[in-house]
Design a protein around this ligand. Structure first.
Ligand SMILES: Nc1ncnc2c1ncn2[C@@H]1O[C@H](COP(=O)(O)OP(=O)(O)OP(=O)(O)O)[C@@H](O)[C@H]1O
Length: 324
């Protein structure tokens, strides 16, 4: 339903390449997350798709219509793309009803559709309230209701939870995505939080310096990251080298990358080393263990406290990460 081909967007006379030769395709009805650190080009990419920016070069096809090319440009309001932003962007002087009805075509039965989407986001009875009379989470649900009311073919959510506190955030995230699933819209969810991305997306796109590093389903990104950078976005990665690797009896390679959580204690695995527990700290859900392996020390979180100070630590061959 969306095809992006060699799209580049530069600013300041080609000094900044916010989006750099990016190509990918999205399928109808799936949830996609775009992740990357600050300045990686996430917002610019989605603004190009929505028609709020024009690409410097490349083509964008939406629902089999060329919306951007050297010779064509379809205006944002004609693209059927809904957007939800971090700051909700509700009109403060309009009621909840008016905010949602604002973008609806005159021909539509506005009242029915507003009632329907308010039901979907669980805010029946809030029609007459104004944005300042709502909590942050409620405002974000109104923003979602407004975005889905015109039945967009693509919904873009740009960091929609960053203004909310952690507990509300997870709750609202799961709630919004169950609403989105029901509405059966294709979604692009922009976030710098990879945990959010893994929680809700079918597929993830990783951007860095305007380039698309990898696109794939959440498991393949986690277990087969293309680069060390992609791997490290989804959890701490250890690089075992030389002397340390020898401690594990792993001498075939001179470098092994592994996720920290793949290290097992006192278990039968392919490669093991002797370790001394220097320190054990209670951290609530976990214990933080300070381990010494040969000359090296390592901090590891485990939800179990191990007896004594001598343990074996190890990993399975299958848990090692291989990069392109
Ligand atoms: N209008 C603009 N003029 C000049 N440079 C811009 C403009 N918009 C974005 N940029 C630059 O393009 C790059 C990508 O910015 P963008 O906002 O797309 O990144 P982002 O990944 O969304 O970042 P964040 O997570 O901080 O929102 C940055 O280097 C930014 O400074």
């Amino acid at each position: 339903m969306l095809k992006v081909t060699s799209v580049t967007k530069s600013f300041d006379g080609d000094k900044t390449f916010a989006v750099d030769s990016v190509s990918f395709q999205l399928e109808k009805g799936k949830n996609y997350a775009v992740v990357g650190e600050s300045g990686s080009g996430k917002t610019t990419l989605t603004r190009l798709i929505a028609g709020l920016e024009k690409p410097s070069s490349g083509e964008i096809e939406l629902n089999e219509e060329l919306v951007n090319s050297d010779t064509s440009f379809i205006a944002p309001e004609k693209r059927k793309v809904g957007m939800v932003f971090q700051d909700y962007a509700l009109f403060p002087h309009l009621s909840v009803f008016e905010n949602i009805a604002y973008g609806l075509d005159k021909g539509l039965h506005k009242n029915d559709r507003v009632t329907e989407v308010l039901g979907l986001v669980g805010l029946q009875g809030f029609e007459k309230r104004y944005p300042h009379q709502l909590s942050g989470g409620q405002q974000q649900r109104v923003a979602l209701a407004r975005a889905i009311a015109p039945k967009p073919s693509l919904l873009i959510l740009d960091e929609p939870f960053s203004n909310l506190d952690a507990s509300l955030r997870n709750e609202l995230r799961n709630e919004l995505f169950s609403i989105i699933k029901k509405a059966n819209t294709t979604t692009i969810f922009v976030t710098h939080d990879t945990e959010d991305a893994l929680a809700v997306a079918d597929e993830v796109l990783v951007l860095r310096n305007g380039k698309l590093l990898q696109k794939g389903d959440t498991k393949s990104l986690y277990y087969q990251p293309a680069t060390e950078y992609v791997a490290s976005l989804f959890g701490e990665v250890l690089c075992l080298e030389n002397a340390l690797l020898k401690q594990f009896g792993c001498s075939e390679q001179n470098k092994v990358y592994i996720r920290k959580e793949s290290l097992k204690i006192n278990q039968s695995v392919d490669f093991t080393a002797k370790a001394t527990v220097l320190n054990k700290k209670f951290m609530g859900a976990n214990y933080e263990l300070e381990l010494q392996i040969g000359e090296n020390t390592l901090l590891l979180k485990k939800n179990q406290l191990f007896e004594g100070t001598a343990v074996s630590i190890g990993f399975d061959k299958a848990a090692t990460l291989e990069f392109n």
